[in-house]
Design a binder for this molecule. Sequence first.
Ligand code: SF4
Length: 122
Amino acid sequence: MDVDLLVVPGGNCIKDIKVCPECDHGNGSYRALGEKLNIELIGKITPTPIRMNVSGCGCRCAMAMLQDIGLVAGLEGYAIYIGGTPYSKSIIAEKIIGPLTDEEVFIAIKAILCLYKSERGD
Ligand code: SF4
């Protein structure tokens, strides 16, 4: 069995994007989407460290509700949540948009990151 190990980049950037394992409950191509997000976004410089997760269904085992940006796959597409945190005081993220297609997810994530950067003034 081949196992890939990913070294999470340090500093203010997008960290590894955690994705649910292969699961019968998962909707759509959530694993492929998570892989594409990792390839495209990991290590990108951001004002603060950004953590993202992709959950394959509403059970949210990948803790999408406790990340800076969380995606939850549903029958109609992906919902995006922002503002959660797993550290110190846990906060549940709020849904801001969805359902989205795979392509729309990329557009939305880039817009969120762009807005975050400009609002921070960094
Ligand atoms: S969130 Fe859904 S798809 Fe992901 S591991 Fe849990 S049950 Fe499976």
